[in-house]
Design a protein around this ligand. Sequence first.
Ligand code: XUL
Ligand code: CO
Length: 439
Amino acid sequence: MSFFPDVPTIKYEGPSSRNPLAFRHYNADEIIEGKPMRDHFRFAVAYWHTMRGQGADPFGPGCAVRPWEDGTDSVDMAIKRVRVMFEFLEKLGVGFYCFHDRDVAPEGANLRQTNAILDQVVKVLKEEQQRTGIKLLWGTANLFSNPRYVHGAATSCNADVFAYAAAQVKKCLEVTKELGGENYVFWGGREGYTTLLNTDMKRELDHLAKFFHMAVDYKKKIGFTGQFLIEPKPKEPTTHQYDFDAAACLNFLRQYGLTDHFKLNLETNHATLAGHTMMHDMIVASSAGMLGSVDANRGDLLLGWDTDQFPTDLYLTTSIMMVILDQGGLAPGGLNFDAKVRRESFEPVDLFHAHIGGMDAFARGLKVAAKIRADGVLKDFVKQRYASWDSGIGAEIEQGKVGFAELETYMLNKGNPDKNVSGRQEMLENILNGYIELA
Ligand code: XUL
Ligand code: CO
């Protein structure tokens, strides 16, 4: 039985194809920089958006048409949904998926029952993984939807809630290990505050760090070898989230002695909500050796919230792929489409159009980035721009051979610095446009 009877397996048909249910650029086996496209991306589908998203917004309920849903949140329905998800992944030709514990299985009356229900569904997930060869990129615990987390989870003012969250993450780590998950994500959905009038920030941050140290200890204890990832986001649902952006996360990890155990999972719409470009946050993380994985999506310039749209902008995908290629790849991380179809796109086939578009946009971004790297135009320009540091006084500064006194003597003798040269931003933008036109 098929849940998407009208959708064939999506194939690569090349740029001239007019078939909307085909890839025009994503060709999984095509070799770029010595590696098949599929391994550059390690694309994943997000269980929460693709299987659980109904298109609800603050002004109306969901209106997605999902013929396989029976209107219940039963265990049977959860198990059926696993089959739907894997048919979707197979037809799309994506090798990974990601989930929150609560996306895949409903809660029971208490923690014990909830864990037992999760085990039932995990059995089916494992079966489907074995049948298809599709893998779990990362698991995560939903520590934000249930009202118990109203004041946060690891940063809650209520110690019992911290304990519940710890138990939930413990179970989710076990399940992620059981499913061979290659990473485990911590997104602090309610780890922040809405008013400082009721908040002891120092105490909350200390608790958050304790929570992460406990997770590291438990990871070691059970021999889970996946990469731990923190996903920054500045706000929404809280007014200010502690994991604000890449720089704030890095500072937090350093302050609490956690840098050896975590990397970052960066999401485009989170970077832009923080007032950065995605490339900015990618470079902050990557240059610290801390870029672990990417949640691929985009925001909307006209809307000030996390719209989680599918990425279609070639400038965006090119910039992301430039950083990924420069750091030699993302594995064991990948590119997870943390993206949802618009409320107006309510038919099942729209889920395919959305992912096909995102994968094609990344394929083009990869080709453009690889070509720019092969030609070396940008790298050469940047190298030349910093040439004054390669010899003479620049090299002496970098090597720590001089201090203020020597620099004063140097400049008193020289009189004035060498002339500055143009940054050539417009020329570089034209060059980039040239590559994008060719892709
Ligand atoms: C929310 C978000 C989450 C995380 C996982 O904005 O991005 O879905 O990716 O909890
Ligand atoms: Co995300």
